[in-house]
Write a protein that binds this ligand. Structure first.
Ligand code: OFO
Length: 170
């Protein structure tokens, strides 16, 4: 059993995760169009992960007897500047999501909602990983100057990323 306020906040978080998915799908489309297939793959995997984050919250609201109420998803940008700028935008967006998760934890604590607080711990840990991944790629892109052979090497590396569903394993 979760409060009405908590249910609303979790429903809002579903929307934020869906927007994250949409944003990374848009980045995947943009990098595909530029012939950067490795970057496109990385963003496509990120899109799949975000969909799974939304599903995780969807399942939790249902498990707690709440009603999932889906909201309109904002349109993401359709064009982006260059790979380095895209990863800076990605990091900035993930920092926003981290803050949103932290706010949810604060609300759960305030409401003495232990179940939701425990549920959210997975997301707290996940956000550390998300920001670390983005920082690592930003550092590499800055080292190679965001162009030429270096960019090609990073594109190949990002092409190796694969999606592994964690929900299937749980
Ligand atoms: Fe769902 O972690 Fe990114 O947004």
């Amino acid at each position: 059993m979760i409060s009405k306020k908590m249910k609303q906040a979790l429903n809002d978080q579903i929307n934020k995760e869906m927007y994250s998915a949409y944003l990374y799908l848009a980045m995947s489309a943009d990098t595909t169009h530029r012939g950067l297939d490795g970057f496109a793959n990385w963003f496509m995997v990120q899109y799949q992960e975000e969909m799974e984050h939304a599903t995780r919250i969807y399942d939790y609201i249902n498990d707690q007897g709440g009603k999932v109420e889906l909201q309109a998803i904002e349109q993401p940008p359709t064009t982006f500047k260059d790979p380095l700028t895209m990863f800076k935008q990605t990091l900035e967006h993930e920092q926003f999501i981290t803050k949103s998760i932290n706010d949810l934890v604060d609300l759960a604590k305030k409401e003495n909602d232990h179940a939701t607080e425990i549920f959210l711990q997975w997301f707290v840990t996940e956000q550390i990983e998300e920001e670390a991944n983005d920082n690592e790629i930003i550092d590499k892109l800055e080292i190679v100057g965001n162009k030429g052979n270096g960019l090609y090497m990073i594109d190949r590396e990002l092409g190796q990323r694969t999606f592994v569903s964690e929900l299937d394993e749980e």
